[in-house]
Design a protein around this ligand. Structure first.
Ligand code: FAD
Length: 374
């Protein structure tokens, strides 16, 4: 089986690795691997803390992926010798004022109703768990099994693992999908060369809607959703685990890494393919982060970046075959692509190789958007 994958972000990379393990000859096409959202993302693995009303199938997919992460990271380390920065030390979600606490209480009732274990903490207990928290923090929720990974370590590890199994990386832009006799037969690159394949997977993040040659109805309904993040550095431990906060109704998170990096994120902006960093975006993040953790103003500033999440109409990924035989989608992972990489790779590789697909992936078929995709 010859497979060509357009896009080497975490989704394309992880799927290439799994498909190669399954015996396929895989070519990855990307002019700049992992240059999209996968290089900006904070790397939270927090399906429980991110639970939203009406997104229960996405929660189940997220839990299935989170539960694969320890073995996934270990397998990558074993194959490549590279550390992904994986941590499973839980996520603390805290409330700044009484209204924020009410929102957290509602979330806890929803989580518990779905049978998910979370621990309610008083303000004092939150500060015991995270001593740098502001004295005014009202209370919080601990999701003990959520965690994080460093996407900037994960992507190179995935690429090394994939290349170690013979995956070929072509550093060019895919311009279009080749279609012959109503079947996808490969990809045309920006230098005019063609790569033939039995199956084509489109995993180009928010750019997945831009490819030429797709018949009407097979263009995925994805859009870019901008997010700005700040990276700080600390020489001494500052936070023990991922800490998310509600501050007067607005959300902020801080993700610590073992090497002293702290990622603060993230804005959510519908501005098309705009990746400018703005004063207002940074101000909002720093304002809310400082309310929760006043000591952050002492930390060294390292970097600020903006990336584009691949948003979909229902905030969930599109994974699977389309109405064009041989042409598959693996995109639309929106806020959760790092979390969802292990389960998405398992599901997409199984689909591409005609093997049994994990049942938890069934609700994410592109066919659920009949007017756009089928
Ligand atoms: P991308 O990572 O965007 O990769 C797409 C790739 O396709 C790129 O390498 C690009 O070069 C390539 N490409 C584009 N066009 C073409 C073409 N024509 N030909 C060939 N290649 C092409 N997720 C989490 O799970 N946890 C988080 O904490 C988290 N935080 C985030 C914070 C921010 C600020 C942002 C922006 C995102 C965050 N995400 C998080 C979401 C996550 O980053 C994305 O869901 C994930 O990176 C999507 O991966 P992808 O492989 O689909 O796309």
């Amino acid at each position: 089986m010859q497979i060509v994958i357009i896009g080497a972000g975490v989704i394309g990379l992880a799927t290439a690795w799994r498909a190669a393990q399954g015996g396929a000859a895989v070519t990855l096409v990307d002019p700049a691997p992992a240059s999209g959202a996968s290089s900006v993302a904070a790397g939270m693995l927090t399906p429980v803390s991110e639970l939203s009303y009406g997104e229960e199938p996405l929660l189940r997919l997220g839990l299935a992926s989170r539960d694969r992460y320890r073995a996934f990271a270990a397998e990558l380390a074993e194959a490549t010798g590279l550390d992904t920065g994986y941590r499973d030390d839980g996520t603390l979600q805290v409330a700044f004022d009484a209204d924020d606490l009410k929102l957290l209480d509602d979330l806890r009732a929803f989580q518990e109703g779905l049978g998910i274990p979370v621990e309610a903490l008083t303000g004092r207990e939150c500060r015991k768990a995270e001593p740098m928290l502001a004295p005014g923090v009202r209370g919080g929720l601990l999701a003990p099994e959520d965690g994080s990974v460093d996407p900037r370590r994960l992507a190179p590890a995935l690429l090394a693992a994939a290349e170690g199994l013979g995956v070929r990386l072509v550093r060019r832009r895919a311009e279009g999908v080749l279609v012959e006799r109503d079947t996808a037969t490969g990809v045309r690159l920006d230098d005019g060369t063609e790569i033939r394949a039995d199956r084509v997977l489109l995993a180009a993040g928010p750019w997945s809607g831009d490819l030429a040659g797709l018949p009407p109805g097979t263009v995925p309904p994805v859009r870019p959703v901008k997010g700005q993040v700040i990276r700080l550095r600390t020489p001494v431990p500052f936070l023990r685990r991922t800490t998310r906060g509600l501050v007067k109704g607005s959300s902020v998170y801080l993700v610590p890494r073992a090497d002293g990096e702290i990622v603060i994120g993230a804005t959510q902006e519908e501005l098309g393919f705009d990746t400018r960093v703005t004063a207002g975006g940074l101000w909002e993040l720093l304002r809310d982060a400082r309310e929760l953790l006043p000591g952050i103003t002492e930390l060294e500033f390292a970097e600020v970046t903006a990336g584009l999440r691949p948003g979909s109409p229902d905030n969930a990924p599109l994974m699977g075959p389309t109405a064009l035989p041989g042409f598959y989608l693996g995109t639309g992972h929106f806020r959760n692509g790092i979390l969802l990489a292990p389960v998405s790779a398992d599901a997409l590789a199984a689909m591409l190789l005609d093997r049994p697909v994990p049942a938890v992936a069934a609700p994410f078929s592109p066919a659920r958007f009949p007017t756009e995709v089928q």
